[in-house]
Design a binder for this molecule. Sequence first.
Ligand SMILES: NC(=O)c1ccc[n+]([C@@H]2O[C@H](COP(=O)([O-])OP(=O)(O)OC[C@H]3O[C@@H](n4cnc5c(N)ncnc54)[C@H](O)[C@@H]3O)[C@@H](O)[C@H]2O)c1
Length: 464
Amino acid sequence: MNKTPAKIQPAAGRLGVLLPGMGAVTSTFIAGVELMKKGQGRPVGSLTQLQTIRLGKRYEGRNPLIRDFVPLAKPEDLVFGGWDLFADNVYEAALKAGVLTPEQLAPVKRELEAIVPMPAVFDQDYVKNLHATHAKEGTRWELAQQVMEDIEGWQKKNRCDRVVMVWCGSTEVSTEPTAVHGSLEAFEEALKDDSKEIPPSMIYAYAAIKLGIPYANGAPNLSADVPALVELAEQTRTPIAGKDFKTGQTMMKTVIGPALKTRMLGLNGWYSTNILGNRDGEVLDDPGSFRSKEKTKTSVLDTILEAQLYPDLYSKFAHKVRIDYYPPRGDAKEGWDNIDIFGWLGMPMQIKINFLCRDSILAAPLVLDLALFLDLAKRSGLSGIQEWLSFYFKAPQCRPDLKPEHDLFTQHLKLKNTLRLLMGEETLDHSGLDYYDPRRGAVPAAPPPKPAKAKAKKPVAAAR
Ligand SMILES: NC(=O)c1ccc[n+]([C@@H]2O[C@H](COP(=O)([O-])OP(=O)(O)OC[C@H]3O[C@@H](n4cnc5c(N)ncnc54)[C@H](O)[C@@H]3O)[C@@H](O)[C@H]2O)c1
């Protein structure tokens, strides 16, 4: 058991959070942190702000807040910037997104207005339903250099000691890795050749990782999930994580799926449908972008249920995922799941879930946690794919020879155990025979009984 804490650089100074894509999620996230800075917002949904971590045995009673246990940057030290296809400042973007009301935004209007996106790297073929009015020009190689200049200039201007990047841009059309993504050398050649096979999100990822800036991808497109960028991350000792924030329906799927398997209940089918009316919904109305989302949304059950081990229970289930763009709903997404299961003697049963959620309200705390944990990873000397952050993603990036872990609670245990390891504490596996055997010495001896107060002895006769 590792009991030596990692050498972690202190979280001193200002942490820049750069966000390619400044729409609903980004504006909701920034507004929330700016409200927190003024003591007016509650960071509900954020582990780094609200959750405790148990250390040692239960009877030790050591349960510090995560933020008191590991050295994280403080919300008041965060500074925000980013890029977008539209020149709207973050206040205007928040109004358009319609997640928070003008009344909710009023206390931080000035701070949000001051954040203006830098011109984006964009290729219409990768996001068909949006038309940029605020984009850079140049070959892909030139664009990558421009993004690096943006980052360095922004960091200097905003006096940031460190920077992290979280992709909150639109979902790009689905693509498969090809030879140009196979090695760093091939990738850089392809940038110079202005190869169409490199989408904009990969250019931001390349620029960040090249500068040693941790990068997380909140959308389903490949972005940093290709061998070339993993190689670059290892070379520049940069933490990376992705893909696709796990917020609503898929979070529920990765809770219910493991529950069914744990109880050995069978599955005949899982039908999931959603309506949403925000800009993300408009982008996903394009079949190419939807295909990216469909892949990450459907991949989770296969690895959770392990049909190869339980063919009778899980080899034949139908799995369907739909997303319909329905403008009246805005960001207030509604998801339905119909789950056809079977039990003892094969008897069929059904589960129905109707999740009336708010997409960006669920995503914003994930952006905060990812920014803070990526920065912690970097200061702790961790680099490459950060599997311990799988908890936050629908399609966790992992080593190519491994299967991703999808079970929400296994992911959660892995995240907290990583924090324990970093701080030189025992990891937790919820076992321990010592709980049942005092001779093993781990259970503290019961305190000696207090001497009973001497009672006046009643005469036998009176007691009768
Ligand atoms: N909200 C959730 O619960 C959730 C969950 C999982 C994933 N996501 C993903 O997060 C991303 C953001 O979601 P959102 O609701 O904020 O969407 P949004 O449409 O409101 O914002 C995305 C922004 O990205 C910008 N953009 C697109 N391409 C860009 C580029 N190349 N460079 C810079 N900016 C670019 C768009 O102009 C837009 O303003 C989407 O990809 C979405 O699929 C969201």
